[in-house]
Design a protein around this ligand. Sequence first.
Ligand SMILES: *Cc1c(COP(=O)(O)O)cnc(C)c1O
Length: 243
Amino acid sequence: MENEFAPCTAEQREAVLERLAVIRETIREACRESGREESEVTLMAVTKTVAPELINLAFDHGVTVLGENRVQEFLAKRPLYRPDAEVQFIGHLQTNKVKQIADKVTLIHSVDSVHLAEAVSKAAQQCGRIMPILLEVNIGGELSKSGVSPQELPALLEAVQNLPAVRVDGLMTIPPPMAEKSEQMRTFSEMYRLYDKMQQYAPMHTLSMGMSGDYAAAVRCGATIVRIGSGLFGARYYPPKTE
Ligand SMILES: *Cc1c(COP(=O)(O)O)cnc(C)c1O
């Protein structure tokens, strides 16, 4: 594909580096406050709508993991990424698209049904690999659109563990936006307790929670990977639909 993104301005590049420094400092501070090591927390750059040039810039400055939401956008932008970019899938995934990404990502964060896990296992088998996955949990109640409830989680975990080519590395959640720090802390603590409880069924080491508006609270509550888009790259611009 042609690079449809206009070259970025020096101001845009500078702004990304400034935001990156602030995010790093915020993570460092949250780790210090909660007695954690900075090395326990991975900063993922969420790429949706962002120009590859800015994504590569973040990579050049120490970001190591990219998060993709949409299969089509990812496949189009992928040739423009630095070849050593590690990519994980975080968006809602349709079963019929799994095979398009199965050989291109290192982790799928958003598995919330046995049906999807089966499709992932099948696609992974076809590429001769085991796919690490996270199970997506709806911790925020009825306002969240995706994920299984905490009550449904043990059954999903059990079913998925029997599949030949997936390995459950942990849990992921996307709570609804929470304005209050106390509410963020309450929600992420609940998620951490659930993660801790699941260790008896499967040894997990990845807890994916926290986005631009709430990652400090997520880190304080035990997140091992935070997914940051607008807080790093600026507000997302969605062009008007042309067809
Ligand atoms: C877009 C997105 C993010 C990043 O959101 P920001 O608020 O822009 O940081 C994180 N996780 C998922 C699953 C997303 O879709």
